[in-house]
Ligand binder design. Structure first.
Ligand code: ATP
Length: 293
């Protein structure tokens, strides 16, 4: 294991209330610093819970989570967190909100970043937060998060209510931040196609457990999409998903031996990989050695 971890979790679990079910259980992963990490999974999988644990807003019920090498609370100054509902003070104006951000983060605040993000959305600094649309509020929340110049940026479905142009622009801004400042970005989203181009690391959470963790390139390279005759036996490989239609078998596998020359094979897309795992809860989990805590 090399380099600093942005987030490291071991046997991490969270339940809400003593009798509540487990929102997360037995999670172990290591996210190296400097990555742009996609957190994906079905509704109720535990993504928001994981992000809130990393932000130090929730305490684990069991196990541990370290953020930037320490307790999540201790790293708060170096971490920006944008929650799913983007909480802001409705009685303030945009300008007052940014001023509050500056006052709370005197050492790290970059006013020009905040002003640019707001100006790019044509927001009037004098507008009240109460009067903004959902997408405009998201823009103000992201302006606050970015201007803090965090080492770790935790974003819970940040693009959900942005229009396509704003999504594109905001994603470009986030990628520039990651490239220029080495900021680690952890971003939950349901839009898999959007993540494939921008993220280099994946955490797939399902039923409160980490199903897949690792570098996206390595994960994709470790899997093959296969089309072969229906009577093909795949026993030599790890089969994530297989379907037979007529005379044709199609499968997503993790090859453990050379593939037959007459099979048609290809590298899956991120979307194909994630959907195959989600459709097949019994498929073995996969974690690259680098990322196992
Ligand atoms: N404050 C809470 N009190 C009780 N249960 C909660 C609380 N927050 C989350 N849960 C439960 O924990 C589980 C995980 O929820 P979480 O919000 O982390 O999922 P998610 O993956 O972010 O879902 P979505 O994609 O719908 O946003 C769910 O079963 C949810 O009902």
């Amino acid at each position: 294991m090399t380099g600093t971890a942005a987030i490291e979790a071991a046997a991490l679990g969270k339940r809400f209330g003593r009798r509540g079910g487990w929102a997360l259980r037995d999670c172990a992963f290591r996210l190296p610093a400097g990555r742009v990490c996609a957190v994906v999974g079905p509704n109720g999988a535990g993504k928001s819970t994981l992000l809130a644990l990393a932000a130090g807003l929730l305490a684990p019920s069991e196990g541990e989570i370290a953020v930037l090498g320490g307790r999540p609370g201790a790293a708060r100054e170096r971490v920006s967190y944008v929650a799913q509902d983007k909480p802001l003070y409705p009685q303030l104006t945009v300008a007052e909100t940014l001023r509050m951000g500056a006052d709370l983060n005197t050492d790290r605040w970059d006013a020009s970043v905040a002003e640019r993000v707001v100006a790019d959305g044509d927001l009037n600094p004098k507008s009240g937060i109460r009067a903004l649309s959902g997408g405009q509020r998201t823009r103000v929340a992201l302006a606050l998060a970015l201007a803090k110049r965090p080492d770790l940026l935790l974003l819970d479905e940040p693009m959900a209510d942005l229009d396509p142009l704003a999504r594109h622009q905001m994603m470009g801004l986030l990628m520039a931040q990651a490239a220029e400042s080495g900021t680690t970005i952890v971003m939950s989203s349901h839009v898999l196609a959007e993540l494939e181009d921008s993220c280099d690391h994946l955490l797939l959470i399902d039923g409160g457990q980490v199903r897949i963790a690792g570098e996206i390139d390595e994960l994709l390279a470790a899997h093959r999409r296969v089309s072969a005759p229906a009577d093909t036996v795949l026993d030599a490989h790890t089969v994530v998903e297989s379907r037979t239609t007529g005379r044709q078998l199609t499968a997503l596998i993790r090859p453990l031996a050379p593939l037959a020359a007459d099979w048609q094979t290809g590298t899956p897309t991120l979307e194909e990989l994630v959907l195959s795992y989600l459709r097949n809860p019994q498929a073995p989990t996969t974690k690259t050695p680098e990322t196992v805590a």
